[in-house]
Ligand binder design. Structure first.
Ligand code: 6PG
Length: 249
């Protein structure tokens, strides 16, 4: 498999979390400028990508980025009001979108109220509208780039251990109630994430070393191990997460 799965994925090890953010920011700029027309990105949540979003909001970077033709989606979100500090859409709006000239019509936050399953269906309908079809086609990826994090329990997006969403092969978006994390969530499913040109896992910090090793070995017990892309998967990690501790420490 040419980098389509977590085992054959390319690995980039950088000195620090800041270097990871810079690397991914440069990648998004390079890829979006190389692409003609609409460029679709699914953003990840949690704490790791905050450095990236902060970098993208810097005037020097923001002035180069083609905001007018990039559409921003979410890999997952906590099903809490956007005003909650736990909502990924609200976090990205505060750190990034409120500071750059991205057209509001290019931002697709996940719904934050009502019935979770109805909200998942509504988000899936929005994805199908931009995709232009009701079924994902090989060779016509839904996303140009999907950003993902990695939880210490092996989850990614909101694909959590022991949850029915791990078996979802048809729907593009589903709700998930983790048994080991707060909040009901909405999440892209494995097939939706696989419909991508690039999947980038951003993994930093020594606390992720053990789970990263298991997932990169393809441990089937870890939900992140089952991520595929019809394009390429890249591990973008810092030395701490990669277990490359400075010599002599
Ligand atoms: C979320 C994320 C989730 C995250 C991991 C890692 O909504 O929390 O999408 O999948 O990427 O939990 O989170 P940290 O970056 O905070 O370690």
């Amino acid at each position: 498999m040419r980098g389509h799965d977590v085992i054959s994925a390319r690995a980039v090890v950088l000195d620090s979390a800041d270097a990871v953010a810079s690397h991914v920011a440069a990648f998004l700029l390079e890829q979006s400028l190389k692409t003609q027309g609409v460029f679709r990105v699914a953003l990840s949540g949690g704490s790791t990508p905050k450095k990236l979003y902060t970098l993208m909001a810097q005037p020097g970077y923001a002035a180069q980025f083609p905001w007018e033709r990039v559409q921003f989606f979410y890999g997952d979100d906590r099903f809490v009001p956007r005003s909650s500090p736990d909502n990924n859409g609200g976090m990205v709006q505060d750190i990034l979108f409120s500071r750059v000239p991205v057209p509001s019509g290019n931002i697709f936050p996940m719904p934050d109220s009502g019935d979770p399953d109805d909200a998942a269906a509504a988000y899936e309908a929005a994805l199908k509208r931009v995709y232009g079809a009701d079924h994902l086609e090989q060779g016509k990826p839904l996303f140009d780039v999907v950003l993902l994090g990695l939880g210490e329990n092996g989850h990614t997006a909101s694909l959590f251990p022991r949850q029915p969403v791990l078996k979802e092969k048809t729907r593009w978006v589903a709700s998930c109630v983790p048994d080991d994390a707060p909040h009901t969530r909405l999440t892209l499913t494995y097939p939706a994430i696989a419909s991508s040109r690039h999947v980038l896992f951003l993994v930093t910090g020594a606390s992720k070393e053990a789970v990263l090793k298991r997932v990169r070995a393809g441990d089937p017990a870890e939900p992140a191990s089952h991520i595929r892309s019809e394009g390429e998967i890249v591990w973008v990690m810092d030395r701490d997460a990669a277990g490359r501790h400075p010599e002599g420490e």
